[in-house]
Design a protein around this ligand. Structure first.
Ligand SMILES: Cc1cc2nc3c(=O)[nH]c(=O)nc-3n(C[C@H](O)[C@H](O)[C@H](O)COP(=O)(O)OP(=O)(O)OC[C@H]3O[C@@H](n4cnc5c(N)ncnc54)[C@H](O)[C@@H]3O)c2cc1C
Length: 372
């Protein structure tokens, strides 16, 4: 991502080169033996990245209008403008309106733009995170190490994490199924990290929805949604920053290209130039990670199997290649066959495969009974 978006290296707080996954029984798999030489997982703070991107856009000629969008007036005719109503935060706050030809809704999971154009809803997870400043010795332990914890005590359907940031760690968890329990789950991740974060002082608490899947409509008229507003966060890993940046760029490029060629932006052009390209590049990756989450995060046996598989060098190599390139990287036929065999072995040992086969058989029977 850093190279693709020309992000200066000095924005990166920490370079993680060691990734540890811990199972419900605290079996640990060091997940970074296959990290290519020189590669790392960059850790940075969104607030720092955001202000850099904003400044760069302004330097490149964008007109920044700080404010809170409150509503849209939709056009009547195909070439009428959209009216964006907002409360200006530049100077004394006042109601203002902006007339525009097209809109990119990049306003997050609670997107006002999506609501105004009737883009439909999606289910969300909640992510809860505490930024904790640790004593020096404890912080040194997390210098280049990120930890992921799985288990019913930290989340019934996701993972808990301890990620190093500039001078502190982010300790958090997420869930869809047990949102009212989020504080209890947060206590769970703190307990699992235990003495490693002892003596820490909470300096910030954050809680935010995370989309579980794309919205029913991501392009409506000349309005396109990107990032969390569109629903582009991968299941399983909860990664959304790269996909927000990538979708914003694809959408902006599609708009600019159509404008250059025809002097107008249209719904058909956005579907062709943005949506189709997005789905071609990423739909499969998102579906695959969705499947992994369902198989491996659903219960403690699956989580133990996940950690066992994470110790596999081939799994690590494929995962890092896919992580670094943000796409599923084609595998090696013999490697994939071996992995399939080892996965089946792990799943049988952990008692998952039988249940999964039974579930698929039930679905098949239902499909035969239901009219097409
Ligand atoms: C606790 C937590 C930890 C996470 N950790 C990771 C991680 O480690 N790696 C990763 O890749 N992803 C992570 N994610 C997910 C990631 O943060 C999001 O997917 C990403 O921020 C989406 O970017 P976005 O620009 O689409 O939306 P957002 O980051 O939500 O930005 C939306 C912007 O729109 C503005 N806005 C909203 N409404 C209005 C309005 N009405 N008018 C004007 N402006 C408005 C907001 O102020 C904000 O600036 C995490 C999420 C959470 C909650």
């Amino acid at each position: 991502m850093l190279d693709e978006f020309d992000i200066p290296r000095d924005l990166v707080d920490r370079r993680v080169t060691r990734m540890r996954v811990l199972s419900p029984s605290n079996l640990a798999a060091d997940f970074s033996r296959a990290l290519p030489p020189g590669a790392h997982i960059p850790m940075l703070r969104r607030e720092v990245l955001d202000s850099f991107l904003r400044r760069r856009a302004a330097d490149a000629g964008a007109n920044l209008v700080p404010g809170l969008v409150t509503s849209l007036s939709l056009p009547v005719g195909p070439s009428d403008p959209y009216l964006v109503h907002y409360i200006s935060s530049d100077g004394p706050s006042s109601k203002s309106v902006l007339e525009v030809d097209a809109i990119v809704g990049a306003d997050g999971a609670n997107s006002r733009v999506a609501r105004e154009v009737g883009a439909g809803d999606y289910t969300t997870a909640i992510a809860f995170q505490e930024r904790i400043r640790l004593p020096d010795e404890a912080m040194a332990y997390y210098d280049d190490l990120a930890e992921m914890y799985v288990g019913g005590d930290v989340s019934p359907d996701f993972y808990g994490w301890v990620f190093p940031k500039c001078d502190h760690v982010a300790v958090g968890t997420g869930t869809v199924a047990a949102k009212p329990e989020i504080k209890k789950l947060q206590s769970g991740i703190r307990a699992r990290a235990g003495t490693k974060i002892a003596g820490g002082r909470v300096i910030k608490v954050e809680a935010h929805p995370i989309p579980e899947h794309p919205r029913p409509r991501r392009v409506v008229g000349r309005v396109a949604l990107v990032g969390d507003a569109a629903g582009y966060v991968t299941r399983c890993s909860g990664e959304g920053i790269y996909f927000a940046a990538k979708s914003g760029r694809l959408c902006g490029q599609a708009m600019a290209k159509e404008w250059e060629l025809t002097g107008a932006v249209t719904e058909a052009g956005l579907r062709r130039g943005y949506l189709r390209q997005w789905d071609d590049e990423f739909l499969l990756t998102f579906r695959f990670l969705d499947l992994l989450q369902r198989v491996f995060y659903g219960g403690n046996t699956g989580r133990e199997a996940l950690v066992e598989m994470c110790a596999d060098e081939y799994v690590q190599r494929r995962t890092f290649e896919s992580y670094l390139h943000k796409r599923m990287v084609p595998g090696e036929p013999w490697g994939d066959l071996g992995l399939l065999w080892r996965t089946a072995g792990t799943m049988v040992r952990c008692g998952i495969l039988g249940k999964e086969v039974e579930r698929l058989r039930r679905l098949e029977l239902q499909a035969q009974v239901l009219p097409h």
